[in-house]
Design a protein around this ligand. Structure first.
Ligand code: PFF
Length: 447
């Protein structure tokens, strides 16, 4: 069989992983949740969640991937624990599940790039969104997004994913910085910064029980955990880098992009509405496709240009995430059955396109898929992964964490014990709350 592919450089891996992490979760969810959950106080909780729970969990996935050097399903067999293959299979399943509807949202984004250029939603973004978010048009744009994803994956690790994300991730940062600077110069943006970032610890302490689990599940989704993506990406690492250093950088960059996105969208909303409107504060599709889009409509021609650039950056972020999910299943079939990468990528893109058609035709399906993924499937998968690296694979996992760090014994042991104890508890609590809230007040996480 042909030699397995690998990243060309360490930076290539880091950017691809950041590309997977930075997605709609950052640009769409994070700013609104920050603005309405205590501002900088929420950022503080999120950072703690990302560093104390997200980072150990992502390191766990890196350990499995790099050690096994094979796709997420096969990895557990290769590590000598075949019974745990179910965890890899679950991740692969969840990845496909999420990609099926994420692509529909990606399609909306493409639609809005066009709509910004032509001014199609300038008479009322709400009405426009209702008209285009579901139906055969949405199916067509969903096909386009899925097709683009498949093309990149078909080109392979170094030629496709690494090359694309090396361009995409820096573009996301540069464009967002540019947009943030532009937003800063607009009249009426001033109060936005106080609203967005002033720490409201009072709010936080009154709502700790809700804010903490929310921050934890946001960290899972945002770091692409539990979907097999980070296992798969780490499996293409051939060099002996320090996993903790890479993981830390990925977590920090991912959070930074979320914050930066807030410095774009919150001022834009203030310019138009003098506030963050209800539709945006609730997160959901209303946030980007109605409120933010509406904010462009007052700015005339500049608004059109701004809309094109803004939705372009959202598209890049969404695409660099989507390729990581299609890669999970592609890696499995390429590794295990030796099928041609292009064939697998296009076959699965086609199949998932078909599944996603449900969501494209009726957003109730989209919400259903998303809620189940966010509140049940992801926490279950992360929980099993954490139990595996902590309690089943512990000592060997410690060896792998230490590899490439030049010592690192203390860190590795601290990592192991964190995974075995409070990370596990934190993930369990998040799962419990996710499941119970489905019955009470379903939070609609992404859409
Ligand atoms: N980390 C991604 C995000 O924040 O959007 C999560 C993700 C979703 C990754 C969907 C990949 C994907 F296709």
């Amino acid at each position: 069989m042909a030699e397995r592919e690998a990243w060309g450089t360490r930076l290539g891996f880091i950017l691809a992983a950041v590309g997977s992490a930075v997605g709609l979760g950052n640009i769409w969810q994070f700013p609104f949740k920050t603005a309405t959950n205590g501002g900088a106080a929420f950022v503080f909780v999120y950072l703690l969640a990302a560093l104390l729970i997200g980072l150990p969990a992502i390191l766990g996935e890196f350990v499995v991937g790099r050690r096994a050097e094979i796709n997420a399903v096969e990895a557990f067999k290769r590590l000598g624990r075949p019974a745990w293959t179910v965890v890899g299979a679950l991740g692969l399943f969840i990845g496909m599940w999420i990609l099926s509807y994420y692509s529909v949202v990606g399609g909306w984004v493409i639609r809005y790039i066009v709509g910004s250029a032509t001014g199609a939603y300038f008479d009322g973004a709400g009405t426009y969104f209702n008209a285009v978010s579901a139906g055969w048009d949405a199916v067509a744009f969903h096909a386009l997004f899925m097709g683009l994803t498949a093309v990149i994956v078909a080109f392979g690790i170094e030629e496709g994913i690494e090359r694309a994300t090396k361009l995409m991730v820096p573009s996301i940062v540069v464009i967002l910085v540019g947009l943030a600077v532009y937003a800063f110069t607009l009249d009426g943006a001033g109060p936005a910064y106080g609203f967005y970032l002033s720490p409201d610890f009072g709010y936080l302490s009154n709502n700790l029980g809700e804010v903490v689990p929310f921050a934890v599940s946001q960290a899972f989704f945002s770091l692409s955990l539990g979907m097999g993506a980070m296992i798969t990406y780490a499996s293409y690492l051939s060099e002996d880098d320090s996993l903790p250093a890479d993981g830390g950088l990925i977590v920090v960059l991912n959070t930074a992009v979320g914050l930066l996105a807030g410095l774009v969208v919150v001022p834009l909303l203030f310019v138009q509405f003098g506030d963050v409107p209800e539709t945006a504060a609730a997160g959901g599709p209303g946030a980007l496709f109605v409120s933010v889009a509406q904010a462009f409509t007052d700015l005339g021609v500049a608004g059109r240009a701004l809309g094109v650039v803004f939705f372009l950056v959202v598209l890049i972020a969404a695409l660099s995430s989507a390729i990581s999910l299609l890669e999970v299943v592609t890696a499995y079939f390429v590794d295990n059955y030796g099928y041609a990468r292009e064939k697998v990528a296009f076959a699965f893109a086609g199949g998932l396109f078909a599944v996603g058609t449900l969501s494209a035709l009726d957003t109730a399906w989209l919400t259903w898929f998303d809620t189940l993924a966010y509140q049940v499937l992801l926490p279950v998968s992360v929980l099993l992964g954490v139990v595996f690296v902590g309690w089943v694979y512990g000592p060997e996992a410690v060896d792998e964490i230490k590899r490439g760090t030049g010592g690192g014994e203390t860190f590795a042991m601290a990592w192991l014990w964190s995974v075995r104890t409070f990370v596990l508890l934190g993930v369990f609590a998040t799962l419990y709350l996710g499941v119970t809230s489905i019955y009470s007040a379903p939070a609609i996480p992404l859409v």
